[in-house]
Design a protein around this ligand. Structure first.
Ligand SMILES: NC(=O)CC[C@H](N)C(=O)O
Length: 252
């Protein structure tokens, strides 16, 4: 099984490294024709406006939309989530092209600017149900988007609690969302809609591989062939090995 990782910009190497740890080959995708040889695609985090410009330059949008429409599993992390959303707000002047397909509205910089990046423990019941492990996942949010609205077919996988007095932004002085106030409001930060998965945070920057193995199981769901080739894959860590739950390997 080969999983493509859109490699225009952003954290594509980190995703490929996690796939390697799980015994799966991740290949860099930069041209439309390269999508024909992959079964699934990860769209990494980075800067969505820049990524959109590069995707336009390489004429990737029609092929990416077709890839989604064909029902291939696609996972967008952070900027990748913005790419997959049907609607984005908070875009730069002139907007930016999106792939779409994920029935949601996303705010591009919901949590504020780069210096307002943060880490927090997320409750991830669906991941725990499928992958086991601890009840929470360390979410690394870097200039992260938030999902404002989802359609009825969208399954919410994780939310972040927001302070009641200031739902959309953190103060520059605080270190952690949870410290600010009693949390009352929530914003959605991970969703699944059929073959589409999207996270506002960066699992590829942590040592906890559960989101990646969860995504790989989405490939199994629609193909027995994929699961048998995965069993034969030659990596040094198979999906049945117990994952390691360490703290993030990169701190912001
Ligand atoms: N870490 C990220 O991918 C940040 C995404 C960023 N908010 C954007 O608009 O592209």
């Amino acid at each position: 099984m080969v999983v493509g990782v859109l490699a225009l910009q952003g954290s594509f190497n980190e995703h490929i490294a996690v796939l390697r740890r799980l015994g799966v080959k991740g290949v860099e995708v930069r041209k439309p024709e390269q999508l024909q040889s992959v079964r699934a695609l990860i769209i990494p985090g980075g800067e969505s406006t820049t990524m959109a410009k590069l995707a336009e330059y390489h004429n990737l949008f029609p092929a990416l939309r077709e890839f989604v429409k064909m029902g291939n599993p696609v996972w967008g992390t952070c900027a990748g989530l913005i790419f997959l959303a049907d609607k984005a707000v908070g875009q730069k002047a002139g907007g930016q092209e999106l792939i779409g397909g994920l029935n949601c509205t996303v705010h591009r910089n919901f949590f504020g600017s780069q210096i307002q990046s943060f880490e927090t423990e997320l409750s991830v019941p669906e991941i725990v149900a499928k992958e086991g492990g601890p009840p929470s996942f360390r979410g690394v949010f870097i200039r992260a988007p938030g999902i404002l609205e989802v359609g009825p077919e969208v399954q919410v996988l994780a939310e972040v609690l927001l302070p009641s007095d200031r739902p959309a932004k953190r103060s520059a002085a605080s270190e952690n969302l949870e410290e600010e106030a009693v949390a009352e409001k929530k914003v959605i930060v991970a969703v699944k809609q059929g073959t589409l998965l999207a996270t506002a945070f960066h699992p590829e920057l942590t040592a906890d591989t559960r989101w990646h193995s969860y995504f790989l199981k989405m490939l199994d769901e629609d193909s027995q062939e994929a699961s048998s080739s995965m069993a034969l894959s030659s990596g040094n860590l198979s999906l049945s090995d117990p994952p390691k739950y360490e703290l993030p390997i990169i701190h912001y």
